[in-house]
Design a protein around this ligand. Structure first.
Ligand code: KIV
Length: 303
């Protein structure tokens, strides 16, 4: 019997089992192959290839600039890196404006990029699209509360659901995406009491970001967690200062190159000296040329 056990890709059924067993679900964004490998090996069960890739990795001003081409490219890199995690591709702005468009583009995340599910923003207003996706066999994660793709309508980033009307609407959105068939829903920037109340009323996991500890799971943007930016949102906790660590590492490298101490013997390959001498014609038996330089490599003009 082989000592190695096959790594099995998690499915939405596994996430439902975690939820049923009351196991909190840690989810992270991932955008590239090496990071996906590390997060997967660390046991993170859900990797979200968020449209936050636009700001975090591509230097775009906002999520609206992120295209299907960007998303498929990054999702494919993540699915190549992660062997176990459920990979969720974030459907970009306008890619699910109608149910038909949603099914065509959502299908591409699974068929071309190897994702197991997609995420769409919006509650009641996207319910028909969610239904169409689920009917087509595409598992869907909902996303309500602050939805970055609505920033042109909603204004600046702010906590959603603090007023009576907003809180009622958010509860309605949560129930709508559940009824439409979502296997989980992201609650972004929601007061913790409301997020907890929504979580208690749903039969699918809630994944919070800036929504307090009462959700079924949490999601964070990986660059915030790793401290890659000078600024991070209030809800984020950098667990390491990679920006400083990378800066220190590249400054040390630059110093070593300037001092001639990189590469050292460990990073350097040598060959037999007599082989090189023979090639250069500088061996003991070679006769020096008239100008004192020997050459066995004929130049074009000598031929
Ligand atoms: O794009 C993203 O990273 C997201 C998370 C914040 C949930 O949508």
């Amino acid at each position: 019997m082989s000592a190695q056990t096959e790594t099995r890709r998690l499915s939405v059924a596994d996430i439902a089992r975690m939820y049923d067993d009351g196991v909190p679900i840690p989810m992270l964004t991932a955008y590239d192959y090496p990071t996906a490998r590390i997060l997967d090996e660390a046991g993170i069960p859900i990797l979200l290839v968020g449209d936050s890739v636009g700001g975090a990795m591509l230097g775009y001003d906002d999520e609206m600039a992120v295209s299907m081409t960007d998303m498929l490219h990054h999702t494919a890199a993540v699915t190549r890196g992660a062997k176990r995690a459920l990979v969720v591709g974030d459907m970009p702005f306008l890619s699910y404006a109608t149910p038909e468009k949603g099914v065509t583009n959502g299908g591409r995340f699974l068929a071309e990029a190897g994702a197991q599910a997609v995420k769409v923003e919006g509650g009641l207003r996207t319910a028909r699209t969610i239904e169409a996706l689920v009917k087509a066999g595409i598992p869907v994660m909902g996303h309500i509360g602050w939805t970055p793709q609505s920033a042109n309508r909603a204004g600046k980033v702010k906590v959603q659901g603090k007023t009576r009307e907003q809180a009622r609407a958010l509860l309605g959105d949560a129930l709508a995406v559940q009824d439409a068939g979502c296997f989980a829903v992201v609650l972004e920037l929601v007061p913790e009491q409301l997020a907890r109340a929504i979580t208690e009323r749903l039969a699918i996991p809630t994944i919070g970001i800036g929504a307090g500890p009462g959700c079924s799971g949490q999601v964070q943007v990986i660059t915030d967690l790793l401290g890659l930016e000078e600024w991070h949102p209030k809800h984020a906790k950098p667990y390491v200062d990679l920006r400083a660590a990378i800066g220190d590492a590249v400054r040390a490298y630059s110093r070593d190159v300037s001092a001639g101490t990189f590469p050292g013997p460990e990073q350097t390959v040598r060959m037999a000296d007599d082989v090189l001498a023979e090639v250069l014609g500088t061996g003991a038996n070679d006769r020096p040329t008239s100008v004192g330089v020997t050459s066995v490599i004929p130049l074009d003009r000598d031929l």
